[in-house]
Each structure stands twice: as structure tokens, then as C-alpha cells.
Design a protein around this ligand. Sequence first.
Ligand code: 5GP
Length: 186
Amino acid sequence: MSKIENYWADDVEVLIDTQTLDDRISALGQEITKDYGGLEPPICLVGILKGSFLFMADLARAIERHVTCEFIAISSYGDSTESSGIVQITRDLTESIEGKDVLIVEDIVDTGLTMSYLLENFRTRKPRSVKICSLLVKPENAQRAVDVDYIGFTIPNKFVVGYGLDYHAGRYRNLPFVGVYCGQEI
Ligand code: 5GP
């Protein structure tokens, strides 16, 4: 493989490869399809931007019933690798979730601060139900107990990138796998 195809290799070690991601997301899609039963009413999938954009796209296609797709953008980290604990909605939902079955689609639950803030916020909007599906969870770093209904993978307390997750202002989101960032701190 030429260097250009491997532009990430000096800084990223593969943790979960593309095939393993595909297989797990298909299984999650089947589990969700089964749990909600029937075709209606649609599950309102709420993707947390920007990190969940690839997971959301693949998960939505793995669910074999009606869904709607909403997005909300939240900032909790700035450009650092440490959770700041400060959570801010930078782009809100465009549709009401009142009376709907909401499934929050997240890239990673780390300290749990973002998710517990979001859950509290969503409950005030009176959805019929709220569940959480997170591709990754890092239990070692938990500061708030968050009940994640659907977990893709439980991972060690390492800073990961790829498949939506970034480092240094958006870099590596487009990697088709999840890897541990092992390059220099920028
Ligand atoms: P929490 O509030 O649970 O600490 O963090 C949630 C958010 O922090 C995630 O949505 C994600 O944006 C970011 N985050 C947490 N751990 C990592 C990580 O290992 N890599 C990256 N790129 N972002 C992370």
C-alpha cells in the first residue's frame, strides 16, 4: 500500500476494523427492529452531531422498520481530549419529539456528562419514550451513571478516532474504522 493510502498509520492504531463494525451494527439494527415491534410509529432517531454521522447512517439502514432521522449538535469538548463537563446545544432539533419514541444515537459515552444533560433536556420535551444507542462506551471514565440501552462496543479508556470521531478540529472523522490515537498531542 502506498504512503498516501496509509496517511493515518503513524498516528492511529486500528482498534475496531470495518468488518467488525459492520457486523455489530447489523446485529444492533436487528435487536432494535425486534424490540420496537411492528412498523409504526416510526422510531425518532436523534443523531448527536458531529460524531455520530456515520454510525447514524449505517444504523438507520440496519433497522428494518419505519424511522425518522433528526440531528442535534452538542459541544462538550472544544478541541481538547479531556471532557470539560460543559455541555452546550449548538444546533437544536428541527422537529418536536413530544409523544414520540426517541432513540438517541451517540458515538461514544465517556464521562456520561453529555448524555445525562441531554436526557434531562429531552425529558422536558415530553417524548413517549427515550432510549440510548451508543457505538462505544468507556466505563472506566464514567462520572455519571447512564443507562445505555444498546451498546456497540465497550472499550478501554483510550482516546479513539475514526468512524465519526475526530481529533484536532475534525481530523480522522472519515476513517472507516475506529482506532486509538497514538500520535503527538497537537
Ligand atoms: P462525555 O460527555 O460522555 O464525556 O463525552 C461525550 C463526547 O465526548 C462524545 O460525544 C465525543 O464527542 C467526545 N469523546 C469522548 N471520548 C472520546 C474519544 O475517545 N475520542 C473522541 N474523538 N471523542 C471523544
